[in-house]
Design a protein. Structure first.
Length: 401
């Protein structure tokens, strides 16, 4: 039986995305241009988003994305078509956009399972410049974005939920069951900021991450800041940073599947030596994992993240990275991303640094950014500048809050 949330829930959802997630929790301003990139199956949410933008005085740029087209595109596209990049149009779009809302909602999650993964990555890489322009505009303080989820039957089936149960996870995670979701998100963000500020007050040299499925050393590097993502991804309960890739060592297994590029990769294990992934295995999806790691600088770590199980309202896996990287449960979660680092994890003004300075600081630059999730038990020890040690995370939660 199909299910769609009632209109008042969709209106609350749009309100959270437009008036909290954008504008660094302050919402959009009158006159702002907001791109709404929404799959066609989520048309009711697209309408609610358009109306929320209009009510806030902005200009909605609605982009309904056709679902089910990707398989044919990758089947028939030649190399020139895969790498086509309309530079002038893309530059103009970056110039005019103030914000972007992207909705994930793939009704055919395995459509690309028989497509050569190299073609998918080749097409992705052709759009690197566009993403880079948006990141630069964001670092200058002139662009914000958010990503959220539309529930689909196929994903509900994968994780053993009805579509209504799947949506209830979304509704709960996004506070859409509350009278004023925006107020709830602002309160959550304050709690995240307490954790973030406590971590940033520590002079951490490196982290030791230990558990049955991992033994890692993660060097933070100079001028690193921990961030909380509550006003970007919706939902986001994580606290994360982008470490100095050169100081990551050890091994880690991920017990949660990675759903990426129309495929699934199961039981990933990485061995990292001198900052490089030197060994990577998966019981399912090995070829795609191998191709991903062949991308420029994708064999380096771009993000390290922890989720406190007291903050997360997600109680079930969702077959969607946006949710699975924020799941709570008995041990919270750790996720690590291969590839691109987040430059907003720099303590200073990221707009002032040159590419050479980013490289000197050990921020990884890559077209790849894929989050791999573990929900098994682990302890995280911070080794400080004076070589003293403090446990910062244990039993699924930060120890100092």
């Amino acid at each position: 039986m199909s299910y769609q949330p009632p209109q008042d829930v969709l209106d609350k959802y749009a309100d959270v995305l437009v008036n909290f997630a954008l504008g660094d929790e302050f919402g959009i301003k009158p006159g702002d241009v907001v791109q709404l990139a929404v799959p066609d199956i989520a048309k009711p949410l697209a309408l609610a988003l358009q109306n929320a933008v209009l009510k806030s005085g902005g200009h909605p740029d609605v982009k309904l994305l056709p679902t089910g087209f990707d398989k044919d595109f990758f089947t028939y596209a030649n190399d020139q078509q895969l790498t086509f990049f309309p530079e002038e149009i893309s530059r103009a779009r970056v110039k005019i956009l103030d914000h972007m809302v992207s909705i994930a909602g793939e009704p055919h999650p395995y459509d690309l399972s028989e497509i050569d993964s190299q073609k998918i990555i080749q097409s992705r890489d052709s759009k690197t410049q566009y993403r880079q322009w948006l990141f630069e505009k964001e670092n200058q303080g002139h662009f914000t974005w958010t990503i959220a989820l539309w529930g689909v039957q196929a994903k509900a089936d994968i994780v053993g939920l009805t579509l209504e149960e799947y949506w209830q996870q979304i509704i709960s995670a996004c506070f859409l069951d509350q009278e004023d979701p925006v107020a709830e998100w602002k309160a959550l963000k304050k709690n995240q900021e307490k954790i973030r500020d406590s971590l940033n007050a520590l002079d951490i040299k490196y982290l030791l991450v230990k558990g049955a499925d991992m033994d890692l050393k993660v060097t933070l590097g100079p001028e690193r800041a921990w961030k909380g993502g509550a006003d970007r991804n919706i939902p986001s309960f994580e606290i994360f940073t982008s470490p100095d890739w050169r100081g990551v060592e050890g091994w880690v297994k991920f017990n949660q599947p990675l759903y990426r590029y129309g495929n699934v990769i199961q039981d990933i294990e990485l061995k990292i030596d001198n900052g490089h992934v030197v060994h990577a295995t998966a019981k399912q999806g090995q070829n795609l994992l191998t191709q991903m790691l062949k991308s420029k600088n994708a064999d380096k770590i771009g993000e390290f993240s922890l989720t406190d199980n007291r903050l997360s309202r997600i109680t079930h896996v969702m077959a969607e990275t946006l949710y699975d990287e924020n799941i709570g449960g008995p041990f919270g979660n750790t996720h690590i991303a291969i590839g691109m680092a987040y430059k907003d994890c720099y303590r200073g003004n990221p707009a002032l640094l040159t590419p050479e300075q980013w490289e000197e600081l050990g921020y990884n630059d890559s077209p790849e950014h894929s989050d791999m999730v573990s929900t098994t038990d682990r302890t995280v020890i911070a080794v400080l500048a004076d070589n003293s040690e403090i446990v910062i995370y244990k039993d699924g939660r930060f120890t100092f809050v």
